[in-house]
Design a protein around this ligand. Sequence first.
Ligand code: NAD
Ligand code: UD1
Length: 349
Amino acid sequence: MAILVTGGTGYIGSHTVVELLNANYEVIVVDNFSNSNPESLSRIKEISGKDFKFFEVDLLDRGELETVFSNCVIDAVIHFAGLKAVGESVEIPICYYHNNITGTLNLIDLMQKYDVLNMVFSSSATVYGAPKQVPISENFSLNVTNPYGRTKLMIEEILNDVYTSNSNWSIALLRYFNPIGAHESGRIGEDPNGIPNNLMPYITQVAVGKLNELKVFGNDYSTPDGTGVRDYIHVVDLAKGHLKALEKIISSNGVEAYNLGTGKGYSVLEIVQAFEKTTGKKIPYSFGPRRSGDIAECFANPTKAEKDLGWKARRGIKEMCIDSWRWQSQNPIGFQNKNDKNYATTLIR
Ligand code: NAD
Ligand code: UD1
């Protein structure tokens, strides 16, 4: 079975391609390297010992994307490609809407044209906004607060409409909680541009000496230690969730949303302590004000994915810390020859 993976050289995509190859799927990757590095292609081949097709294509270029569909037999698509920085999306919303929405429209239009009606889509827990309670179930009301989140919710709605128009479609909307960690080989991992926005890459960059100290955004939340609580999930568990979702959509039609999280929340200070304990690296930190837009607590009720997909996160916080650190310490400057062009800014020029 042949799977087209858009955004397959990025953080979650590269880990998912490894799992797909390990499970003997034929894989076709499409990416424009706007937030990734060609080096990840050879690392994926090295880890899996397998080859796959790659097309350097921008989803915004419908003509180029069509050559992939006309040249390859495709059974299903896993759609990761998109821009994902919340703060940047507030600054350049048109670019985010164009890249994420137009790119997805081009993709699903071609899928329909070539009768490829199976899709796994990367959504996000951000679609729940500030939830009324935790843990969060899939039937909670949706309420986005920034352009990035709005692109995710809009795409979910578009995909629902597409299914309503043609019930042969089969779509899984995977709402990720907080992916961290890296492949146990230490060869692929998260490689953020500039100073990281997210907690774990910030911690690993403090540990490796690139940054001086962690600023903890707020210690006055109504949580046990006053710092924000999140549902951190190992990226390899997340990747495996895509294979389970794939099996599901191949065997039945419909459109369904699934939370991919562990169901357990950790505070910022608990993550710092877990990292220090498992790696032996000291993480200096100080408290600062709350980050605008942040919520106190966010963690999943993951039972729907377990019941319907037969998927459950297996890796604990210890492995998440060890694997994040292995990747960072063995690749202190990430994939090295990173393409530093600012794609988002280029798009709006
Ligand atoms: P990433 O930036 O590492 O990967 C995205 C990939 O898509 C990159 O390789 C990028 O070059 C590519 N891409 C972007 N726009 C493209 C375009 N127009 N044409 C072709 N390729 C394009 O991000 P990630 O962390 O791996 O996230 C993957 C998906 O999961 C994204 O859609 C993201 O919004 C979603 N998501 C991520 C997180 C997270 O914390 N990492 C959480 C929830 C949801
Ligand atoms: C971020 C995104 C969200 C996305 C999610 C998963 C923002 C505003 N939100 O959310 O859309 O779905 O990642 O990728 O970017 N923290 C610090 N100091 C730091 C960094 C983070 O204290 O330097 C704290 C935060 O306040 C939060 C926790 O660590 O309590 C996790 O933060 P982060 O990794 O950025 O994830 P989210 O806030 O959940």
